[in-house]
Design a protein around this ligand. Sequence first.
Ligand code: PXL
Length: 277
Amino acid sequence: MELKKTLTIAGSDTSGGAGIQADLKTFQEHGTYGMTAITVVVTMDPDNNWAHNVYSLPIDVVKAQVKTALSTGIDAIKTGMLSTEEIIRTAGEAIDESGLDHVVIDPVMVCKGEDEVLNPGNTDAMIRYLVPKAEIVTPNLFEAGQLASMKTPKTIDEMKQAAQKIHALGSRNVVIKGGKQLDHPAAVDLFYDGETFTLLEAEKADTHYNHGAGCTFAAAITANLANGMQIKDAVVEAKQFVTSAITHGWKLNDYVGPVMHGAKSQFDTPQVKITEV
Ligand code: PXL
């Protein structure tokens, strides 16, 4: 059987919940064949409160991985943590070379629990080299504010404004991951295709174990697009997938609780309410 091939250009989360690891597990759960180009390796220090260290790979190592993967004929590309402007430019070149429409840009700017932005200049580089090539950009609230040059959205109306601005930067679709952070009874994401705003609502999971949720959501969209789904259906399934993964999040140690990437296939498909707003 021929499998669809999904490539992630992203960082390695040694703790296994986010980054390349989340992407590969999610690709597998969606029946696609995952491939990787690793940009950075993130480690966590157990002797210093799990503080993160980010080691960027040399640019020629990133380029060699991209060349390997693209030579096999990829069906969809996702980007995640890209630590330098040069790596962002290289990811943009990879997308051009692939000629693909199925491009998911997850504009990772910080790791959860870490408040230091990777490199503020990277936002401009993402706007320049990645956002215009995207079938969809998948920012969280903070990243949406940064890309849209506005304060971090706090309401659905502000999310709509940010989505419009990011769409105007050239992305064909936008989904802003509001999650539990909004003052709203449900866990919400907002999807915008340039014409219609769609609110996706799921029950808020009673857990703090959600490390890797953002990467998992974007990776699910990527695999769904590779498998031929329409963009909105791809986003709705990804929301179900990540809601189940968060609901079954678990404690790895005293510092981190990853989502359970295999939860939807093992346990349940959560309800997602879809409303035009
Ligand atoms: O969740 C954002 C993220 C993305 N990519 C890598 C990470 C993290 C957060 O830990 O380590 C590699």
